[in-house]
Design a protein around this ligand. Sequence first.
Ligand code: MV4
Length: 448
Amino acid sequence: MLFKKILIANRGEIALRIIRTCKELGIDTVAVYSEADKDSLHVLFADEAVCIGPSSSQESYLKIPSILAAAEVTGADAIHPGYGFLAENAEFSEICNDSGIKFIGPDPEMINKMGDKALAKETMKNNGVPVVPGSEGAVKDVKEAIKIANEIGYPVMLKASAGGGGKGMRIVKEESELETNFQMASSEALASFNNGELYIEKFIENPHHVEIQLVGDQFGNVNHYGERDCTIQRRHQKLIEESPSPIISESTRQKMAEAAILGAKSVNYEGAGTVEFLVDSNENFYFMEMNTRIQVEHPVSEMVNNVDLIKEQIRVAAGEELKPLARGQVGHAFEFRINAEDVENGFRPSPGVIENLHFPGGFGIRIDSHIYNNYVIPPYYDSMIAKLIVWADTRNEAILRAKRALEEFTVTGIKTTIPFHLDVLENEKFLKADYDTSFIDQLYNNKE
Ligand code: MV4
């Protein structure tokens, strides 16, 4: 049997996304919400809702005792953390399971192993997954960093063991710059993550970020759902994702999927997860990080696989055995993140009231969103207000469909990233899939 009642420890579109799947599985749902979110759709659409505190995330969506108390008073037998907030918090995973409430995600040991990026990389390397040349795990001091940099050659990159997603990263072009960068990166990491440990690797010029979606069960089976190309980012915030990646061959695609499955099986990975790779211009790929959560961009993989990944995630958490995929990936999908941001002013947040809203529709269009007419976007949380997901047979057809959908999409009262996406869809380089990580900086002329 699956669960009877799932508490969703999240807000916004992902809370709604999870509630929808629970309903289709006949599972009751409990929403939790902060005071700022009392009029949110996830509160309205769940079977029950519990206020867990004031507006600040620290005092609500991140407050473990309040969430546990909400689960206990409502009799929830599982908690889905969504993404962000407590999704990769080992302590939360442990406390849930100790309280007899199933955490829909990996156990605390797995979260810790993958959360330590230097350890995760070392683990993958030891199991035969290709990694960027560099230190074995963390480096102990500047001296060791210099020694390794001389072996692998400049430019190199310093990364925080406790970082991830680009925080605490530094490029070093030559030996004379290493010591100061090392000290700065280390104290930054210490201040942000309470852990100053760094590892070092060769800097890969203008890579693509390509990630493989996986789900593992309790019997050692791991399915893969193809890859997503997440290279269109600004300051480590993804803006557009697509599947399949337009820059890799069928043979690279298969090798990456095999490497991801090898890595996941070698750690007995359970649940939904993503193995991120850097891909260089020669299609060499290197393990970068493993995320132990469902990600924002999971719908891209759902569309090309015709699979509800949240359903799979809930099933494996309940102890069901995965079945091999009935088919491979079909067609092409994009996700466009619609953020309440003023693109012309450095993507500055633009919270406020949605005055007039019209969602696009028609064949191949999917909207995952919690907004509605007169909804007030609170200033306390992230600025994503909708995801437009587009599916079509080919990349070109998906682009044409995306363009007409973005033209139909109406949001007034606030600034959004819709005009940004329309610009990208006119860009020759994007159309030819000739883009890399510097794409947005070049488009908007705003290098960090
Ligand atoms: C790198 C890199 C180049 N060489 N590592 C790591 C976290 C991720 N968000 C960005 N990361 C990078 N790691 C080495 N050894 C370049 C990046 C990078 C990047 C990668 C993919 C897509 C966009 C990016 C934007 C800036 C930096």
